[in-house]
Design a protein. Structure first.
Length: 172
């Protein structure tokens, strides 16, 4: 149940989801490293990879664990406050009345864990990333609210956000 005005931590299911993603990446990294023909590489590159790959095998899951550990959120009737970051702490407050679009989505792995990704967008120009390249200009929107919640909590959050007169609520 969604608790208002109380700082909440992400559930352990979210941690397990991130650790599973880390494990898949690490397995692919190790398999590629083990089966890549090292006799065709310079010895200094082989030494560097012999150091870098084990470090990544440790740092990637550790980084996901620490991100989960230091993430918290508080929801009240008017807004959501998200605190995140391991080294550089970040506090973000988004008023429900400012949200113009809120999406709830899940894929097979999120669904396996009973989780949903909730993303909320405002009209803030700070959420736009503009990339210029020789192929043209592309624009990407970064959500102001980006949180993975258990299915029931995600639905309660969406219902609460709808009360903030959001123009468009979409569940994918």
């Amino acid at each position: 149940m969604l608790q208002l005005n109380t700082t909440q931590k992400l559930s352990k299911k979210v941690l397990y989801y991130h650790l599973l993603n880390s494990a898949i990446f690490v397995v692919i990294l190790v398999v590629v490293f083990l089966f890549f023909p090292k006799n065709q590489m310079q010895p200094s590159l082989v030494q560097a990879l012999n150091f870098i790959v084990p470090v990544l095998v440790i740092l990637i899951p550790l980084g996901n664990y620490l991100s989960w550990k230091f993430f918290s959120y508080t929801i009240n009737e008017q807004n959501i406050i998200i605190q995140s970051g391991v080294i550089f702490r970040q506090n973000k407050s988004v008023n429900f009345n400012d949200l113009q679009n809120i999406d709830s989505a899940f894929g097979p792995v999120l669904g396996l864990f009973g989780l949903r990704k909730v993303q909320g967008f405002t009209s803030s120009p700070g959420q736009l990333i503009i990339n210029h390249s020789k192929n043209g200009t592309t624009t990407q929107r970064v959500p102001d609210v980006n949180i993975i919640l258990e299915k029931d909590l995600a639905q309660e959050f969406l219902d609460l956000a709808r009360k903030g007169d959001i123009q468009k609520v979409q569940s994918v």
